[in-house]
Design a protein around this ligand. Structure first.
Ligand code: PLP
Length: 440
C-alpha cells in the first residue's frame, strides 16, 4: 500500500518544482508553525474552488484564512479592484476613497463612531493596544489562552496551562521577543470566571483586555454570557475591553461578534473581510476614545501611519464587498444553515462510528478537534496529534478538499449545498481511511 503522502505528491509534480525553487530563496512560505509533509502550491482560484500548480482542482476551505466570505474572486470585488487600479494604485496623499468604507464600518460596528485604517489585523491590534495604553496611562495587557491576535511582539504569546489551567502562564511563540515585552502580558483562563478575579486584582496595571468574540482555535457560539460578564468586569475596574473582530467582523453577521452577542467593547479591531480580499486592518471606537489618533491634538497623541494605509485598492474593494453584504443580508442565515448542516453531517458520522474527533463550529468557521472529550479550550500543539491531523488532511485532499495547515477552516457564500455534501462525504471517508490504516 502506498503512503497517502506519496500518493498526493505523485499528483503534484509541478508543485514539487515550485518547492525546489522557493526553498532556495524563501526563508518561509506564508505562515510559520505549519509543517506539511507534502508540497502543494495553489495557482488559481474561483468561487469555492482552488486549482494547484498541476491543474488539480479542489474545494477550498482555506478562503484566504478568512477574508473571502463571498468566495474566491467574486465579480463584485474583481470589478471594484479593477476600477480602483484604473484610478490610482497608491496615493499616500489623503484621498476620497477611505470615507465610504469608514461609514460602512461605523454603521455595522456597534462600538464605532470613528475608524483608523491600516494594512493588516496585526497592525490593528498593535495600534489598539497602543491607544489603550495612551488612554489609560497603564501598560499591561490581558489576553486569553487559545487566542490569536497577530504576529507582533505583544501578542505572539501562547498560554501554558500546566499545572493549573485556571491560572495559565504564557511564553512567546518562538524566539526574539524580549522578556520585557512578555512581562507586560497577563494571561487569563478562557471561559473561566477566575479571569474576572485576575482582572480585578491587576486592575491598577491593566490597560486593556483583548479577546476574540469567538476564538478561531475554539469556535463556538455559547460564549455570549461570558462576554457580557467580562464587559461588566472591565467597566467596573477601569480596564478597556478590546474585541478583536479580525475574523468575526462581517462573518458572524453584518455587525460581527458585537451584534451577535450583544456586547459593546470600548474598541474593536478589524481586518480580513473588511478589505474584500485586499490587505486591510482597522481600529474602530467611539469618537472620544479615538482622539489620540489625532497626532496634533492635545489628548495623549499616539503615532499611527504607514505607506499603504488607506490605499484606493483596499478601500474601494472593501467598500464594494461590504456594501454587497449590507444589501444582501440573506447571505448570513444561508451561511449559518450550511455551516450547521456540514457540522451535523460530520459529527453524526463521528459519533455513530465512535471516532476520537468532533467538529466545532460557529456559523461558517470550523475547527476539527481530535478528541472525544468535551472541548473547553483551544487547541494546543502536541506532536502526535499534529501528525495524525496531517495524515487526515492529506486523505481529505486526496478526496478533493483543501484545509489549510493551520487547520482552521471556512466556508463562503460561494460554497453550494452540493459542495457541503461533497465536503461531508470527503471528511467522513477520510476518517474511514485513517481507521483502515489503524490510526483511529
Ligand atoms: C483574531 C485575529 N486577530 C488578528 C489577526 C492578524 O491579522 P493579519 O494576519 O491580517 O495580520 C488574525 C489573523 O488571523 C486573527 O485571526
Amino acid at each position: 500500500m502506498t503512503d497517502i503522502f506519496q500518493e498526493l505528491q505523485d499528483m503534484m509534480p509541478a508543485s514539487e518544482k515550485v518547492f525546489e525553487r522557493n526553498t532556495r530563496v524563501l526563508a518561509q512560505e506564508v505562515v510559520g508553525t505549519i509543517l506539511l509533509p507534502y508540497k502543494f502550491y495553489a495557482a488559481e482560484a474561483k468561487g469555492s474552488r482552488v486549482t494547484d500548480a498541476d491543474g488539480n482542482e479542489f474545494i477550498d476551505l482555506t478562503m484566504g484564512f478568512g477574508p473571502l466570505l463571498l468566495g474566491h474572486n467574486p465579480d463584485v470585488a474583481v470589478e471594484a479592484a479593477r476600477a480602483a487600479v484604473e484610478k490610482a494604485m497608491l496615493l499616500g496623499i489623503p484621498n476620497p476613497y477611505q470615507g465610504e468604507l469608514a461609514e460602512l464600518l461605523v454603521d455595522a460596528a456597534p462600538c464605532a463612531e470613528q475608524v483608523v485604517f491600516c494594512n493588516t489585523g496585526t497592525e490593528a491590534t498593535m495600534y489598539a493596544i497602543r491607544l489603550a495604553r495612551a488612554l489609560t496611562g497603564k501598560t499591561r495587557i490581558a489576553m486569553f489562552d487559545g487566542s490569536y491576535h497577530g504576529a507582533h511582539d505583544y501578542v505572539i504569546m501562547e498560554g501554558v496551562l500546566e499545572p493549573d489551567p485556571s491560572q495559565p502562564s504564557h511564553r512567546p511563540q518562538g524566539h526574539g521577543v524580549p522578556n520585557a515585552t512578555t512581562e507586560q502580558i497577563l494571561f487569563l483562563p478562557y471561559r473561566d470566571p477566575r479571569a474576572f478575579e485576575l482582572i480585578e486584582s491587576n486592575k491598577d496595571e491593566l490597560a486593556c483586555v483583548l479577546l476574540e468574540p469567538v476564538q478561531s482555535s475554539n469556535p463556538r457560539l455559547d460564549v455570549g454570557p461570558y462576554l457580557r460578564e467580562l464587559r461588566e468586569v472591565c467597566t467596573r475596574n477601569g480596564v478597556l475591553l478590546i474585541l478583536d473582530e479580525v475574523i468575526t467582523g462581517f462573518r458572524l453577521g453584518y455587525g460581527g461578534g458585537q451584534e451577535r452577542f450583544d456586547v459593546t467593547p470600548d474598541l474593536a479591531t478589524y481586518g480580513k473581510i473588511l478589505g474584500g480580499g485586499m490587505p486591510i486592518g482597522a481600529v474602530a471606537g467611539p469618537r472620544e476614545l479615538m482622539k489620540p489618533f489625532n497626532f496634533f491634538g492635545e489628548d495623549n497623541p499616539i503615532f499611527s501611519g504607514g505607506t499603504f494605509g488607506g490605499n484606493p485598492v483596499s478601500m474601494l474593494t472593501g467598500a464594494a464587498v461590504v456594501r454587497h453584504l449590507h444589501d444582501n443580508p440573506e447571505i448570513y442565515p444561508d451561511l449559518r444553515r450550511k455551516g450547521d448542516r456540514l457540522t451535523e453531517g460530520v459529527n453524526q458520522f463521528l459519533q455513530q462510528g465512535d471516532y476520537p474527533a468532533q467538529l466545532l463550529h460557529a456559523d461558517s468557521m470550523f475547527h476539527l478537534m481530535f478528541t472525544r472529550e468535551s472541548v473547553e479550550r483551544g487547541r494546543h500543539f502536541d506532536e502526535s496529534t499534529m501528525m495524525l491531523e496531517n495524515r487526515y488532511y492529506a486523505h481529505l485532499m486526496k478526496r478533493g478538499v483543501v484545509v489549510p495547515g493551520i487547520h482552521l477552516f471556512f466556508i463562503s457564500a460561494a460554497h453550494s449545498d452540493a459542495d457541503v455534501d461533497l465536503v461531508v462525504d470527503a471528511m467522513c471517508d477520510s476518517f474511514r481511511a485513517l481507521r483502515s490504516e489503524g490510526h483511529v
